[in-house]
Structures are given as structure tokens and as C-alpha cells.
Design a protein around this ligand. Structure first.
Ligand code: 4AD
Ligand code: MG
Length: 458
């Protein structure tokens, strides 16, 4: 008989089923052993009564080490007090087979340090919060695909080995490519800009590499990014697409991952509010707001978040230092996003700090048609997007300004010679989005095996 997934037990009340999984935790009392068994879909309390299984099996159950693999057979009972995920069901065990008795498991319910847990990431992913986070991540990825597929976007696979930079030259991973040099992709965008002239609306979705020399809670060196690109689309329209898209992702998680969000202790009411429209502010305005916040903090005036609570964490007020023209750092994004209940678009960054392909505003070329979407609660940028330059001459001038080797961009410029259109696109980072939705502190827990500046094992 095939095994029943724990998250399907509600459909089997009063029936005998088989569960196969791993022992997560165990308590006991006299002739009763309570085994918390997890199977990948959830966790269920399996009640072993000595009288039902016989002495030998009971002794087995009673002494079983954490993480032993086992197959249990029994009757599903509904009991609102039963612990587990989703909880509310337990298994009255009739028989039990130990598949492997586990060796002493290094991760125990006590507190462990970050380095220890990361060294043991291959085991840590079994722990309940990690499990919940990675299941939410899978939903985020599924929602991304389903929204785009249902809105007429064609998925294009863009190269991972690339000859040139697109998002700055300082964070490229170099690879030997026979007698040449190649780089791991920082983005698939430039290829998508070619793809739109063939397909109209496209997206690429895959791993992305940045040799980021920053040890922040937001940076991985390998992360997953989805990048939609749309012909004939201007920036205003792009922002409407982005807010629909993000809202759909969040609400899919709310619907499909109620158990996981409960495990994570995430307040679903906060996520429920993520419905369009999202506020939009200009970069100019953002800088002014940051100056005002800093001045108020300095003067001892109250600085309130959107919910009326005082803004905290800026005792060192120099964290908020900024002059027009600078890019935001984490502290700036953190302060700004606490002023809004929903994600906020910051529009019109200085051209000089953004990528070469962004369209400058004709009436004010020092600013470009760019927009970052910053997630609330201090999570910071989850989307970077822009309208792209479509005039080949303007593009060539920008490539020279950025001192990029023009010969590598001939094909990209060429696309502008045959039916160029205003067009726009954006990139959403899967791990940052997942970390925000889950309410976790660090993006490294939002990917199964994180790659960080100082870590690429296991
Ligand atoms: O803002 P970015 O660099 O934009 C691009 O790469 C554009 N080519 C996208 C486009 O318009 N097609 O990156 C987009 C998003 C960020 O907002 C963030 O969510 C994520 O990718 N991201 C990272 N996530 C984790 N670790 C890093 N080091 C990241 N760098 C960017
Ligand atoms: Mg960005």
C-alpha cells in the first residue's frame, strides 16, 4: 500500500493509512510513546500503545533516536489538541517498521550558532522553520511562473555563460572559456531585450551570479531571479504589472502555505494588505524624506513609522547620511520602507548610479526611468526595473560612457536598428521576496544551499 502524505490526513479520518518519514521528536509515558513523525509534507503525532504493537516494536519505538527513518501504519484520528503540522490529527499506531536507526543527530532543540547550522545545512533543512521557508520559496517560484504563463509571457532561457557585463563590472565571476574569458550571468535581461522583438512579452528565470563583496542579510553570490521584459511598455505600465505580480505571489503563498506561515509565526494579516496600488515616490523625494528623518532624530523629535510606532535602530544617525546622487544602502531602504505599510516604488534614480541601459528622462537626463520596489518592514529592494534605451545612438553613447567594450554589445545595439520600441522590464529576486514573505532575518535561509562571500559548502 502506498503511503499517505501527512498533509492529506484530513481526508482519511477513521481510516487506516501508512506514513513514511523520519522521527522529529519523541516523548513517552509508561506504555505510551508519542512519536512526532515528519514526512516532508507535514508532521504528525503517532501514538504507540504497547498493547497494540507488542513488546519488541514498543521497545523499538521507545528508544528510537531522532531522525531515524520509519514506516508506521495505523488509524487516523481527529483530535484538535494533537500537535504537528497541520496538527489536529494523530495516528493510532498498529505497526511500526524502523528503516534505519539514525546515528546521534547533531542538531538538537537547543540553540546553535549560525556557523554550525550553515556547516550542517544538509541537515538543517529538515528543521521546521527551514522546511517551512523552503516550501514557501517553492510556492513563490510556482506563482511566478503561473502568473507570467497566464499573462502571455513566453519563457526564454538566457545564457549562463556570457561574454560581457550588464550590471556593472565590479561583481563579475570570471570563468575560463577555452582560450577566452567568460562570466557567469548577472542578468538575462540583454538577451530578453532581443527576445521581445520575436515574442512580445518574455521572461527568463534562473540562477544569477554576483561576486558581491558584501556580508549583509540581503546578499547572496548565487541567487534566483525572474526577469520579465515587455515590448512597447513604458515605465508607468511596468509598475502596474509589478504590483499585480507581487500581490499575486504573496496571496498565492497565503492560500497555499497557511501551515508554513504558522510554523514561521508570520502575521498573515500583514501580508493580506499587499494589494495594489503600491505607493510611488521619486528618488528626489526619498532623499528629502531621509534628510527630514535624520534631522528629526537629531533634534529629538519623534519619527514615527507608518503604524505610529517610533522608528528604531538609528541611534547611529550617520547611517542615514546621504546626498543627492548616492545610491541607497540598507539603512536608507530600512528607514524608508518603515514609513509605508505596503511595498513602495522609488522612481527616477540618478542616471550615473544605474546600469548603462536605462532610459534617461529627455527633459532631465541626470535622472533615468528606473524604479526599485522596496519591501516593507525593512526588507529593502526586491525588484529592480526600468524602461530601456531604444535609440541606438543614445545606447552607443552610454556604452562608451561606462567604458564597456563596444564590440561585445554589437548584437544588442543591432536589435535597436530593426523595429526598436520603447520597452521595459524588471528583475525580482526570489530569495529576498521569500525572506520578506516569511518574515525571516537573512536571505541565506531562503535558498536550500546558500552561496555567500565566505561560504560555498556544503
Ligand atoms: O536590481 P538588479 O541588479 O536588476 C537587474 O539585474 C536587472 N537586469 C533586472 C531587470 O530589469 N531585468 O537585481 C534585481 C533583483 C534585486 O531587486 C534583488 O531582489 C535581487 O535581484 N538581487 C539579489 N538577491 C540576492 N542577492 C544578491 N546579491 C542580489 N542582487 C540582486
Ligand atoms: Mg537593483
Amino acid at each position: 500500500m502506498s503511503a499517505t502524505p501527512i498533509n492529506q490526513l484530513a481526508n482519511h479520518i477513521g481510516q487506516e493509512v501508512t506514513l513514511q518519514g523520519w522521527l522529529y521528536n519523541k516523548t513517552g509515558k509508561g506504555k505510551l510513546a508519542f512519536l512526532q513523525v515528519r514526512d516532508g509534507t507535514g508532521t504528525c503525532q503517532c501514538v504507540v500503545f504497547k498493547g497494540n504493537v507488542g513488546d519488541e516494536q514498543f521497545a523499538d519505538a521507545d528508544k528510537l533516536p531522532q531522525e531515524s527513518s520509519l514506516i508506521v501504519h495505523g488509524m487516523v484520528k481527529a483530535d484538535p489538541r494533537a500537535p504537528g503540522v497541520p496538527g489536529g490529527y494523530e495516528l493510532d499506531v498498529k505497526s511500526l517498521e524502523v528503516v534505519q536507526r539514525a546515528a546521534e543527530y547533531p542538531i538538537t532543540p537547543k540553540e546553535h550558532g549560525d556557523a554550525f547550522l550553515l556547516d550542517n545545512r544538509h541537515l538543517w533543512i529538515r528543521s521546521q522553520k527551514q522546511w517551512a521557508t523552503l516550501r514557501v520559496r517553492a510556492t513563490v517560484m510556482r506563482a511566478i511562473r503561473s502568473w507570467l504563463d497566464n499573462h502571455g509571457y513566453v519563457e526564454m532561457s538566457t545564457p549562463i555563460l556570457t561574454p560581457s557585463a550588464a550590471e556593472g563590472t565590479s561583481n563579475l565571476f570570471e570563468v575560463d572559456y577555452f582560450d577566452e574569458r567568460a562570466y557567469l550571468c548577472q542578468t538575462g535581461q540583454l538577451y530578453n531585450e532581443a527576445d521581445i522583438a520575436a515574442f512580445g512579452k518574455v521572461y527568463c528565470f534562473g540562477p544569477t551570479f554576483r561576486a558581491e563583496r558584501s556580508k549583509t542579510r540581503r546578499h547572496l553570490t548565487e541567487f534566483w531571479m525572474v526577469e520579465p521584459e515587455i515590448a512597447f511598455c513604458k515605465l508607468d505600465e511596468l509598475l502596474e504589472i509589478e504590483e499585480q505580480f507581487v500581490s499575486y505571489i504573496v496571496h498565492t503563498v497565503i492560500t497555499d502555505n497557511a501551515n508554513e506561515l504558522k510554523v514561521l509565526g508570520r502575521d498573515v494579516a500583514v501580508l493580506q494588505k499587499m494589494i495594489p496600488p503600491f505607493p510611488r515616490i521619486s528618488y528626489d523625494d526619498a532623499v528629502t524624506r531621509l534628510h527630514t528623518i535624520q534631522a528629526d532624530l537629531k533634534a529629538g523629535n519623534p519619527v514615527l513609522r507608518w503604524d505610529g510606532q517610533p522608528l528604531q535602530g538609528f541611534e547611529d544617525r550617520t547611517l542615514l547620511d546621504i546626498t543627492w546622487g548616492m545610491d541607497f544602502g540598507s539603512p536608507h531602504e530600512t528607514a524608508l520602507t518603515q514609513m509605508f505599510e505596503k511595498p513602495v516604488f522609488v522612481v527616477g534614480f540618478p542616471t550615473a548610479i544605474k546600469a548603462f541601459y536605462m532610459e534617461p528622462y529627455p527633459e532631465r537626463p541626470e535622472v533615468c526611468m528606473s524604479a526599485d520596489l522596496l519591501a516593507p518592514e525593512g526588507y529593502g529592494e526586491i525588484i529592480g526595473g526600468s524602461q530601456r534605451i531604444y535609440d541606438p545612438d543614445v545606447l552607443i553613447a552610454r556604452i562608451h560612457e561606462h567604458q564597456l567594450p563596444i564590440e561585445n554589445y554589437q548584437w544588442y545595439i543591432d536589435c535597436r536598428r530593426y523595429g526598436s520600441t520603447p520597452h521595459s522590464g524588471f528583475g525580482l529576486g526570489v530569495e529576498r521576496t521569500t525572506a520578506w514573505i516569511c518574515g525571516i532575518d537573512h536571505v541565506r535561509e531562503a535558498i536550500p544551499f546558500p552561496r555567500l562571500m565566505n561560504r560555498m559548502t556544503p
